[in-house]
Design a binder for this molecule. Structure first.
Ligand SMILES: NC(=O)c1ccc[n+]([C@@H]2O[C@H](COP(=O)([O-])OP(=O)(O)OC[C@H]3O[C@@H](n4cnc5c(N)ncnc54)[C@H](OP(=O)(O)O)[C@@H]3O)[C@@H](O)[C@H]2O)c1
Length: 359
């Protein structure tokens, strides 16, 4: 790149990115971006620069000349401040002033289950100043999908969130790109890895607390693990799926919900004696936007697909009008897959831009 960030080769597109939220997912995304830099150049003629990073308590940095991300990562690891007192909104506005061909806010802040904020406000601010939005956070899509997708359409920008449900497994891409004219009439699935792991572990005699502690140590559990155990994470995913795939306009609070508690261990072992598995199943059914969604502890016959999943797996079964039931499984999720979801959203934006230049 030249000093002003213009790629030396005029066929190369510059994408400036701001990372709002720089925890497990944000940092892994940055690593993946570095790792697949050559792929982005070769396949999408895309050269990415980070021009902003914002956190809740470690400060923020923004520079239209690009940020030395090695330094940002090192500072984060040392637990020091990233830099200025700038806010996330300052970083987003800085991104909005970039002259790059693509400006992308990469949002990976924690889910606020009360109202999805401030992530929704970040997405609105980014779209308002002409940036695309990609998010690993369930908040925006589960609380404000209709509003944000309308705003994105009006701004001719993308609002993408593949990582919000089943990490990098392409649920939304699958339906959008590969299932034209298909109506999704319902779904059921196991969407929360932490509770899936806990329920599998307590069947084997392990305690609820031990199984949860392992999920926290591996960075799989939410920062606030009650979001997993009380069913909120699954409810947010159910709302996201219902909003996007079934044209609902609901929030996680409209999803009927049950929790996995230490007492659930006994119920899981009792179910096992009957040849069943107790699992936290998220489901929805309905038509024309009139959708009922639930997250319920459900006893499943041991040979049913959802009961045969390993403890680290998630699965979603879509009920459709033209394709019958379509199942998609994720045999094991980790941070790389969530980071990949953001990466695939970035690739989608690059593809859409290339297609709009051709048409
Ligand atoms: N971890 C997973 O396996 C996984 C899988 C799928 C989806 N997700 C979703 O991805 C998102 C990020 O997860 P994570 O594991 O990376 O969480 P995390 O490690 O707790 O990191 C969250 C980051 O967001 C920052 N942050 C929180 N609130 C903020 C705010 N209001 N404004 C600006 N920055 C804020 C935090 O700042 P500080 O550093 O100052 O705390 C931190 O940098 C979550 O929404 C999560 O549900 C995670």
């Amino acid at each position: 790149m030249d000093l002003d960030g213009t790629p030396a080769n005029p066929n190369i597109l510059r994408a400036d990115l701001a990372l709002i939220g720089f925890g497990h997912v944000g940092r892994r995304f940055l690593t993946l971006l570095e790792d697949r830099r050559d792929h982005l150049l070769r396949e999408f003629q895309l050269e990415c620069r980070i021009v902003g990073i914002a956190t809740a308590s470690h400060g923020a940095v923004a520079s239209l000349e690009g940020i030395d991300t090695r330094l940002a990562t090192a500072r984060r690891i040392a637990g020091q401040q990233l830099g200025s007192e700038a806010t996330s909104i300052d970083v987003i506005r800085c991104l909005g002033r970039s002259n790059a061909a693509l400006r992308v806010m990469v949002e990976a802040t924690t889910l606020c289950i009360t109202d999805g904020q401030p992530a929704i406000a970040y997405a609105e601010a980014a779209l308002d100043c002409g940036c695309h939005v990609i998010s690993a956070n369930k908040g925006p899509v589960s609380f404000a999908y209709r509003r944000l997708s309308d705003l994105a359409r009006r701004s001719q920008r993308s609002f993408l969130f593949e990582g919000a449900v089943m990490d990098g497994v392409p649920i939304f891409n699958l339906v959008r790109e590969a299932m034209p004219a298909v109506t999704v009439t319902g779904f059921r699935g196991i969407l929360n890895t932490t509770t899936q792991h806990i329920l599998s572990a307590v069947e084997q005699g392990e305690s609820f607390a031990e199984a949860l502690a392992r999920m926290q140590a591996e960075g799989i559990a939410e920062s606030d693990p009650s979001l997993d155990t009380e069913g909120w994470d699954a409810a947010a995913k159910a709302a996201a799926l219902a909003n996007v795939l079934m044209d609902a306009d609901m929030t996680p609070h409209a999803v009927e919900r049950e929790a996995v508690t230490p007492a659930t261990a006994d119920a899981a072992r009792t179910a096992l004696k009957k040849g069943h598995k107790l699992r936290l199943v998220a489901s929805a059914e309905g038509r024309d936007g009139n959708v009922r969604a639930r997250v319920r502890l459900t006893e499943i016959a041991a040979d049913a697909l959802l009961a045969t999943l390993p403890c680290s797996a998630n699965a979603l079964i879509l009920s459709t009008d033209l394709l019958g039931e379509v199942a998609i499984c994720q045999m094991g999720g980790d941070l790389t897959q969530t980071a990949y979801a953001l990466f695939s959203d970035l690739a989608t934006i690059a593809r859409r831009r290339a297609a709009s230049m051709l048409s």
